[in-house]
Design a protein around this ligand. Structure first.
Ligand SMILES: [Mg+2]
Length: 326
């Protein structure tokens, strides 16, 4: 698109031009989108990324911001075992927001949307002091499949996490200290939602959720919802070399925004689950188990109660304001 042509586009048309046309009965441009769901149950969630709360424009490219806005929402669909289908996008833009940057946001979002075959079916633009992107995403559970909720865990279920923990927190610390490029920074800016693992896990897991607030807090949420305690084997936590060297297990426990999955699997299904993950090339690590006892209490393998670290500090001093979509 030439610069001259860009002047003829409204912001909406410019944004939409980066996405494939949605194959739905009524797509963007009318008052509502009209969808044709299949027979499975629907999963719906919403989450926002806000300038200076979840990202800084000096540190994140427009593509990073667009990617992250969709990734955090896809991660919630992943955690329930849902297949991504549709989303709507509400953008709040500062006045005179550069069109080039708006295109960048659309490109980052569109690339991830294509990867997961999720269609943009509508949205809204408004002006605001800070840039923020609020997405509502919908996915479907294959007919006959139950969702993975936080409440289904039972004492004895084995706990697994995907990938490695703490990298996104380390990435944020590195950005704050002036570093601009590293594997951990990439994890902070471009989280990868574990959609395929979630779909696979729906056949085996009794409970689960995605790790947005850090393992300690998110395991606490699962335990309270399931009415159980947990025992963690700290030495088993999967840590990258960089996280092992700088944050160690305690730092990784408190590190938010990894968007890995935490899953509880009944003992009778662990061996089939591990085999399925191996076949699907989904790295998972056994990190402990659910136990009877006070809901939410988490102990290490020697029985010592783990003091839960406070919520992670997003952009030092500000805290993370938005707590929805956990
Ligand atoms: Mg979540």
């Amino acid at each position: 698109m030439s610069k001259q042509a860009a002047g003829e586009f409204t912001l909406i048309d410019l944004f939409l031009s980066h996405f494939p046309r949605a194959r739905v009965p009524v797509g963007p441009g009318d008052d509502c989108a009209v969808l044709a769901p299949s027979k499975g149950a629907q999963c719906i969630t919403t989450d926002a990324v806000v300038e200076d709360v979840h990202f800084k424009r000096a540190w994140y490219s427009p593509q990073d911001i667009g990617h992250k806005a969709l990734a955090v929402n896809l991660s919630d669909l992943a955690s329930m075992g849902a297949v991504p289908r549709w989303f709507v996008c509400a953008l709040a833009l500062p006045r005179d927001f550069p069109r080039r940057e708006l295109s960048g946001i659309a490109r980052g979002m569109s690339a991830l949307a294509r990867e997961h075959a999720i269609a943009l079916v509508g949205g809204n633009f408004t002006s605001a002091r800070e840039l923020s992107i609020t997405l509502t995403v919908a996915g479907e559970l294959p007919p006959g499949t139950a969702p993975i909720t936080r409440a289904g865990g039972r004492p004895g279920d084995v706990l697994y996490v995907s990938g490695t923990l703490g990298d996104a927190r380390l990435g944020l610390q590195q950005l704050q200290s002036g570093l601009r490029r590293s594997a951990a920074i990439l994890r902070q800016k471009r989280p990868i939602p574990k959609v395929a693992l979630g779909r696979l896990a729906a056949r085996f897991a009794s409970a689960g959720l995605d790790l947005s607030d850090g393992l300690a807090q998110d395991l606490g949420h699962l335990c309270i919802a399931s009415g159980v305690s947990a025992e963690l084997e700290l030495e088993r936590l999967p840590l990258s070399r960089a996280v092992r060297a700088s944050l160690a297990a305690e730092g990784a426990l408190a590190g938010g925004e990894d968007y890995e999955l935490l899953l509880a699997v009944p003992p009778a299904r662990t061996s089939a689950f591990e085999k399925a993950c191996l076949r699907g090339e989904e790295p998972i690590t056994r990190i402990g188990r659910l136990t009877p006892g006070r809901p939410g209490l988490i102990r290490d393998a020697s029985g010592r109660s783990l003091r839960l670290p406070a919520g992670f500090d997003h952009f030092r001093g500000g805290g993370r304001i938005d707590r929805s979509g956990r």
